[in-house]
Design a protein around this ligand. Structure first.
Ligand code: AMP
Ligand code: MG
Length: 530
């Protein structure tokens, strides 16, 4: 191996590379423990440890865009240094790692399926450090790189199947314009991993400004460590929401940011038919990013009560409940922040005032989410103006979609072909409904509404096609890529990523990726096992 992270780290401190064109430069661009970084919070927040090495790792998938956003030349992954790249992002040591450049696992706690679960933490994630690029700092994390002090009964590994799903979906979400952690690469290793069956291991490199979760705050709250709680909140404020410092109560302002970003995220999830599957508080990002892709799914046939996670027998995290669950999770976050609230209030009556103020901020969720969802739906329906009753119109469509199990993505995509003046363009969307009369009745209302729109059909269709994707990561598409990858053919991972990079474009050569799922897709199950 030709590069030395320790020397490189030192070199990079003096000079930020304009672009990392070798493994030496990539390794040196990933720095750990910089002032203001999560790692700098100290040992109460994390444990430093190296990854568990794997033999003969190899590249399964690569996002050139994520590489670029990190300032890495993506050709390093596929060129002469490809083995070094795979080894590095599998977490393999390349030389002795000085203690201060060791990766770390963070501790957090959380509520799982509505029940307090106590301490959790990065059981299989290790953060390598962060990259500074154009003034933005991005953390680079390996998922599946071995056991940590927070692994509990787990093996610290992730399987190839779920790693490919996380890799593809985080990139797909980004290209849909939905806040998310990103993925740089999937590295495979022929290491057997026991789940329901024996599978092989893989490591995903995830990238995000921060991996802090609601559960981080709950951890310090539940352990009565108020000063660490404050340190964590200060870290998030200083790094991401410095304007909160000007608020009367910076920590309430932080809660308000979480409320705002989470409400917006929920409106976006609902707008593309995305189901997360495990909305536990430890899987909720303080920045309102989609995080921890496990048994997620984009709905094919619309069912308002769709549960994508086979392990979720109660349907707690069904599609229709996501916005409500997010609110419940925000409540847990608010509870955890209570010790920080109201520092400037007079002692007398402080406790009551703090609860009142926190409730007011939480109430803001409903004020934000409702209009955000209506705005999303207006855009999906191609309505440039706002009229009373638009929400009813959207709900009417969802009702018949639900009753007919109409395909979520195709319904909205094909709706753009409908004309405001005649029914000749109805067929592509109408044919998705078994009950044609129900569709016709709704279409009549929609046309009435379109009569109040200033845009002509072509302008409306163009706008709709910018918000209603043609291509989403349907389960069966991911499955096809996974089956091929299990045979060591990774071309479908690359091809699918390429399709999902342009979800709103017409891609005539990729029409097959936009079609209804095949019959066998109905039998696919995803569970917490990943
Ligand atoms: P999840 O619901 O997948 O986000 O995981 C919940 C908790 O279990 C987190 O603390 C994870 O780090 C941990 N975990 C999940 N799978 C494993 C595994 N295979 N090994 C170690 N820890 C795991
Ligand atoms: Mg998790």
């Amino acid at each position: 191996m030709s590069f030395s992270p320790s020397n490189a780290v030192r070199a990079a401190r003096d000079e930020t590379p304009a672009g990392a064109r070798s493994m030496n430069e990539i390794a040196s661009a990933i720095r750990i423990g910089q002032p203001g970084s999560f790692a700098a919070l100290g040992t109460a927040f994390l444990t430093r440890l190296p990854a568990a090495p794997v033999e003969d790792p190899y590249l399964v998938g690569l996002s050139r865009e994520t590489a670029e956003s990190l300032g890495f030349d993506s050709d390093v992954a596929t060129g002469a240094e490809k083995h070094a790249f795979a080894a590095y992002f599998a977490g393999n040591p390349t030389r002795d790692w000085p203690a201060d450049s060791l990766s770390y696992a963070a501790v957090y706690s959380g509520h799982q399926f509505g029940v307090w679960a106590g301490q959790l933490g990065d059981g299989r994630a290790l953060t390598l450090g962060e990259v500074e690029r154009d003034g933005e700092r991005l953390e680079v994390q390996l998922k599946g790189a071995g056991r940590t002090p927070y692994s509990r009964m787990g093996d610290g590994r992730a399987v190839l199947r779920s790693s490919i799903r996380e890799f593809l979906c985080s990139e797909a979400m980004h290209h849909l314009g939905i806040p998310t952690t990103r993925a740089l690469a999937v590295i495979g290793a022929d290491l057997p991993v026991r789940r329901e069956t024996i599978e092989t291991a893989a490591i995903v490199t995830r990238v995000a400004p921060s991996f802090v979760r609601f559960g981080h705050f709950e951890h310090f709250y539940s352990n009565d460590r108020v000063e660490d709680l404050r340190k964590l909140a200060d870290h998030v404020i200083d790094r991401f929401y410095p304007h909160c410092r000007n608020a009367e109560d910076p920590y309430l302002a932080l809660l308000d940011e979480a409320v705002r970003t989470t409400a917006d995220l929920m409106a976006q999830w609902q707008g593309v038919g995305f189901c997360h599957g495990v909305m536990n508080t430890d899987n909720m990002s303080i920045l309102g990013l989609t995080i921890d892709y496990g048994p997620f799914g984009f709905m094919d046939a619309f069912n308002a009560h769709h549960v994508c996670n086979h392990s979720d027998t109660q349907g707690r995290y069904s599609y229709g409940r996501q916005p409500q669950v997010a609110y419940w999770n925000l409540f847990c976050l608010a509870q955890a922040l209570v010790p920080l609230f109201g520092a400037n209030l007079p002692e007398e009556g402080r406790a009551e005032r703090v609860v009142e103020e926190a409730q007011k901020v939480l109430e803001g969720y409903k004020e934000r989410f409702g209009p955000a969802l209506v705005a999303t739906m207006r855009a999906k329906l191609g309505l440039a103006t706002e009229l009373e009753g638009d929400d009813k119109l959207a709900n009417g469509l969802f009702e018949i979609m639900h009753a007919n199990r109409a395909d979520f993505t195709l319904t909205f995509r094909n709706l753009s072909k409908l004309s405001k003046s005649h029914a000749s363009g109805d067929a592509p969307v109408r044919d998705l409904f078994l009950d044609r009369a129900a569709f016709d009745a709704w279409a009549a209302l929609y046309r009435e509404r379109l009569a109040h729109e200033p845009r002509d059909d072509a302008a409306r269709a163009a706008a709709m096609n910018r918000v209603n994707p043609k291509y989403v990561l349907r389960n069966h598409l991911a499955e096809q890529a996974i089956r091929r990858a299990n045979e060591k053919d990774f071309s479908e991972v690359a091809r699918l990523l390429d399709v999902l990079r342009r979800p709103f474009d017409e891609q005539p050569e990729n029409e097959a990726y936009a079609g209804l799922p095949p019959d066998w897709a109905g039998a696919l199950e995803v569970s917490c096992s990943s």
